[in-house]
Design a protein around this ligand. Structure first.
Ligand SMILES: *Cc1c(COP(=O)(O)O)cnc(C)c1O
Length: 391
């Protein structure tokens, strides 16, 4: 008999009743060190006092009105995002998938309004992930996500990750945009080298097409910059954000330049919940903390510490681990055994990691993780690897 919850997930036999900082607790009191952060969502850990205060204050005042009216919390968050990024304007969503929908619509509408309605094709890359809507799965294009779901939204061209030759050849007079994650998340923590991001920017400028970055997983301080592409010193025209921006409250957004957003006039897009007072109250609290240069400096310091300790871990378990990669506190360990086995061995040592494609386990700890917790995490991962070494 089918479970009352639609069985689309392979769930681990863990169930948490509370969280604080980098820790999650089960009903019997067993505590886990959380290096998953709800897949890069709990950027400030669990029950961060500033986020709890922002949410409860707003909950006691006003939950929801409608985008039919002015929403001051939304205006404030948009102003912050514009102040701290390449963008001139922001649309609020509830998830990364919805941000992908708008990014695709915005890019196509841009060329439609420019009198080039045939420019609809968006170039994407193998191993990418852009959400589970019809546009999201068509954009990523992997059989695992698309098979059985009928005709896909047309207009996506899929290229090999890092295949420069194919990229230049793929651009034609139907191309409207290139869509890429500056650091692939689900695909196995694969950073796009800065040089390549710069190259993509140049290519888009040369052909007059739009560059869309999906920073749903790598954005909001995760890599040690507010947004990952800042490391490359270039900017996109459109950017998708979600996960960390709500710190656990469902919130996403699309950032864009005035030019790229020029087609999105009144009535062209909307959302019932997107940017409501509750979500934006939390988003403002997240941004206040994460956009602080001192906070980001700490993320970078802790990221080097963690990476250095992980290099040691890998050296001690050459049969289990291959290498470490990633950017900031978005780290991946390439495994020589099934990553699911490593994640399970971690659970047995009360440490949480997240599997990804390409034989990788992901370490996406809360950005507020302490030095002591980093050391403890690596000790636990060491025990987990030892249990696999022995078996
Ligand atoms: C998680 C993710 C999405 C989808 O976000 P949802 O909030 O699950 O809809 C899109 N792109 C990337 C890069 C992601 O990591």
């Amino acid at each position: 008999m089918i479970s009352s919850v639609l069985p689309t997930y392979n769930r681990a036999p863990l169930s948490f009743v509370s969280g604080a900082g980098s820790w999650l607790t089960e009903a019997d009191g067993r505590r886990f060190l959380d290096l998953g952060a709800g897949i890069a969502v709990n950027a400030l850990g669990h029950a961060h006092p500033a986020l709890v205060a922002a949410l409860t204050d707003q909950a006691n005042t006003l939950w929801h009105t409608s985008n039919l009216y002015q929403i001051p919390q939304q205006q404030a968050l948009a102003d912050k995002l514009v102040d701290h990024s390449f963008a001139d304007t922001v649309f609020f969503t509830n998830s990364g998938t919805e941000s992908c929908e708008l990014a695709v619509k915005m890019a196509r509408k841009y060329f439609y309004d420019k009198g080039q309605p045939e420019r609809v094709e968006i170039i994407t890359f193998d191993g990418s992930f852009h959400g589970r809507s019809s546009a999201g799965i068509a954009a990523a294009g992997s059989e695992k996500m698309t098979k059985g779901f009928g005709p896909l939204l047309p207009g996506f061209v899929h290229l090999g990750f890092g295949d420069h030759g194919a990229l230049t050849a793929a651009i034609n007079d139907k191309t409207c945009a290139i869509l890429i994650e500056p650091v692939q998340g689900e695909g196995g923590i694969r950073p796009v080298p800065d040089q390549c991001l710069k190259g993509l920017r140049d290519l888009c400028d040369e052909h007059g097409i739009l560059l869309i970055f999906d920073e749903v997983q790598c954005g909001v301080g995760r890599t040690g910059k507010l947004f990952a592409h800042e490391w490359a010193g270039i900017a996109p025209d459109i950017m998708m954000v979600a996960k960390g921006i709500g710190g656990g409250f469902p919130l996403g957004c699309v950032l864009a330049t005035e030019n790229a957003a020029s087609g999105m006039t009144a009535g062209t897009h909307g959302s019932t919940y997107g940017g409501n007072p509750l979500g934006c109250a939390v988003g403002n609290a997240v941004m206040e903390i994460v956009s602080d240069p001192d906070f980001l400096a700490e993320v970078n310091r802790k990221a080097s510490l963690m990476r250095q300790k992980l290099e040691g871990l890998i050296a001690s378990h050459p049969n289990v681990f291959d290498s470490v990669r990633g950017s900031g506190l978005m780290l991946g360990i390439k495994c020589k055994v099934a990553p699911g086995d490593v994640v399970n061995a971690g659970y047995a040592q009360d440490v949480i990691t997240v599997p990804a494609a390409d034989n990788v386990i992901r370490l996406l700890p809360p950005l507020i993780i302490s030095d002591e917790e980093i050391a403890e995490a690596v000790t636990r991962l060491d025990k987990a690897a030892a249990s696999l070494d022995a078996s």
